[in-house]
Design a protein around this ligand. Structure first.
Ligand code: E4P
Length: 295
């Protein structure tokens, strides 16, 4: 059976990717795992766990920045061997206060040399989109930490001249966490893109997925991709891999609705309001989780 959305695994553990792929194929989802998303927090935490670094005295240098990047590289290389046809997102990393477009482009070009099936993750900020605007002609990109329809509108315009796949990743769970209906953002973006041919627009990649209901609604909305943590994939399996009926209704009690806005996509992308506090908070947290290992 073919699902309306591609399934990616959200994590940084090659063993999980392998198991997830087998599990989906066994369940009759022919394509299995077709991609992987990673992020600095997931990689840093796994490194800390594996190396026992958490037990070291705090305040001491733990590992060099190069070592941690090398671990990131080896991890995605291993994942790439498991899903050689899959799209594997690798994020640019740095202090959000100082990381420039040029820094991101340098990192992006380096990350693309790690594996043949990499996708570079840039943040949904002005500097990130400026980098993606250039890099989308050199390789696939994924715009991470997306929380608004405006940001997704800017992603479409900024990457219009892409030669490779472009993904936009609305983070639903982090919005739910603070009482806003994150799935509304997915619905709004898919609706905004609905008349644009799939090859000419960013693919909607539903991320920060926390519940089976998120998966079902994302499938119902035909989100191009859903990235699912392994634990949640197991839960979906335990529930018998349900898929949404035609008359599926997503029930999000207590979550504030995020309304749809009519936006013209015929403007310069800089005209869109890219600011979102969750993007800033997310970037800061990614950097903190990374930095704590290398200080
Ligand atoms: C996606 O690319 C991210 O890695 C991920 O979905 C973030 O999810 P979280 O909000 O659970 O950290």
């Amino acid at each position: 059976m073919e699902l309306p959305s591609k399934i990616f695994i959200d994590g940084g553990d090659p063993a999980e990717t392998h198991e997830a792929d087998e599990l989906l194929k066994k369940a009759g989802f022919l394509t299995g795992v077709t991609g992987q998303t990673t992020n600095p927090s997931l990689i840093a935490k796994r490194f800390a766990r594996e190396s026992g670094i958490m037990n070291q005295e705090s305040g001491k240098p733990k590992v060099s920045s190069e070592n941690l990047i090398d671990y990131y590289k080896k991890t995605v290389q291993e994942i790439s061997r498991i899903i050689p046809e899959g799209a594997i997102s690798i994020q640019v990393i740095g202090d959000p206060a100082t990381l420039t477009t040029e820094d991101m482009l340098t990192q992006a070009r380096d990350r693309m040399s790690w594996i043949p099936n990499g996708v570079v993750k840039f943040p949904a900020t002005t500097a990130g989109l400026a980098a993606a605007e250039v890099f989308c002609q050199e390789g696939p990109v994924n715009i991470t930490l997306t929380f608004s329809q405006e940001q997704a509108a800017a992603v479409y315009v900024a990457t219009k001249a892409h030669n490779y796949d472009v993904y936009v990743s609305p983070f639903v769970g982090r919005m739910d966490d603070r009482g806003e209906n994150g799935m509304d953002v997915v619905a709004n973006i898919t609706s905004m893109y609905r008349y644009i041919e799939v090859m000419k627009r960013p693919k909607v990649l539903t991320a920060s997925v926390r519940t089976v209901a998120h998966i079902l609604y994302a499938l119902w909305l035909k989100s191009d991709v859903i990235t699912i943590p392994f634990k949640l994939l197991k839960q979906w399996e335990n529930e018998g891999f349900p898929i949404p009926p035609k008359d599926f209704i997503y029930d999000a009690p207590g979550l504030a609705e995020i309304p749809y806005h009519e936006l013209s996509l015929d403007v310069d992308w800089h005209e869109f309001d890219l600011t979102h506090d969750l993007t800033d908070i997310g970037l800061k947290k990614f950097w903190e989780d990374w930095k704590v290992i290398i200080q």
